[in-house]
Design a protein around this ligand. Structure first.
Ligand code: ASP
Length: 247
C-alpha cells in the first residue's frame, strides 16, 4: 500500500510506499508530513516509522480479502496488470473487455462492482486553503517493488495555493504526464480556470483510456475529468449539496 498527502497552504507534504501492515497508510503519510524531517518514506523504513509513531498495525492477513484473491487469480491467468474495473481477456496482454455482461460474476456479484481500491480526496476550506490526499493498494498483479503515482507528489497528488488534485488510473501514465502538477501549472502560468486546466491535462497529457482526476480550487470550484471507462466520484458542498457519479 502507498499514500500521499499535501497541504496546499504551506506546500507541505508527506508520502509512504511499500507498506504491508499499516492499517491506514494515509495517516502515516500525514505523520511523515507533520512529524518527520522528510517528505517520503518507503518499505522497512516506513514500517519502522509507523511503529515509532504508534499507528495501528495489523497482521498482513487482514488485507487479504476473498474478492482481491479472486481478481488476482483472473489477472494472473490472463497474464495482465489490471487498473480498472474491466476483466482481463484470457491470453491478452491488456484488459480490454468492459464488463457489461450480467453473466460475469464472482462470489455471486457482478464483476463490475470490483472497482480499483484507490481513494482520493481533495478539499478546500472557507479560507480557500486546498489540500489533497491519495491512498492505494496499487495495481492488481503489479510487480514486487512497483511504486505507482499515488505516493508521488506532482503525479498522483498535488496541492498549492490555487488548487488540490488527486488522480486515479494507470499510475505509469499518470507519472509520465505529471498530471496533478500540470493542472496547477496551467492555472498558475496560463491562468486557466480549474475545469479548463483539468480538461487540457486529460486531453493532452494523458494516454487514451488510462486515468482520471478530481480537483478543487481555492475559490471553491469543483472539477473532475477522466478518459477511463468510468471513475467513481462524489462531492459535497457546505450547503449540503451532494452528488455522486460513475460514468
Ligand atoms: N493509480 C493507482 C496506481 O497506479 C491505481 C488506481 O488508481 O487504481 O497505483
Amino acid at each position: 500500500m502507498e499514500a500521499s498527502i499535501m497541504d496546499g497552504a504551506g506546500r507541505r507534504c508527506g508520502a509512504v510506499s511499500g507498506l504491508t501492515t499499516v492499517k491506514n497508510p494515509i495517516s502515516l503519510a500525514r505523520l511523515v508530513m507533520d512529524k518527520s524531517p522528510h517528505s517520503y518514506l518507503a518499505f522497512s523504513g516506513a514500517e519502522l516509522f509507523a511503529k515509532q509513531q504508534g499507528v495501528e498495525m495489523l497482521d498482513n492477513d487482514y488485507f487479504i480479502t476473498e474478492d482481491n484473491v479472486g481478481m488476482l487469480k483472473l489477472a494472473k491467468e490472463a497474464n495482465t496488470i489490471m487498473f480498472d474495473y474491466r476483466i482481463p481477456t484470457l491470453g491478452s496482454e491488456s484488459c480490454s473487455a468492459v464488463v457489461d455482461n450480467p453473466l460475469l460474476t464472482m462470489n455471486g456479484l457482478p464483476i463490475s462492482i470490483y472497482a480499483p481500491e484507490t481513494v482520493g480526496c481533495v478539499v478546500v476550506d472557507c479560507h480557500g486553503r486546498c489540500a489533497a490526499a491519495t491512498s492505494t493498494g496499487g495495481l492488481m498483479n503489479k510487480m514486487m517493488g512497483r511504486i505507482g503515482d499515488s505516493p508521488l507528489i506532482g503525479a498522483g497528488t498535488y496541492a498549492c495555493e490555487l488548487c488540490g488534485i488527486s488522480c486515479t488510473g494507470e499510475g505509469e501514465a499518470i507519472i509520465r504526464g505529471t498530471l496533478a502538477r500540470d493542472v496547477a501549472a496551467l492555472m498558475e502560468y496560463k491562468e486557466l480556470s480549474l475545469q479548463e486546466a483539468v480538461d487540457y491535462v486529460i486531453k493532452k497529457r494523458l494516454d487514451e483510456g488510462k486515468a482520471g482526476l478530481i480537483a478543487v480550487s481555492s475559490n471553491g470550484e469543483v472539477a473532475y475529468g477522466f478518459n477511463s471507462v468510468g471513475m467513481f466520484r462524489g462531492f459535497a458542498k457546505e450547503n449540503g449539496f451532494m452528488e455522486v457519479g460513475i460514468w
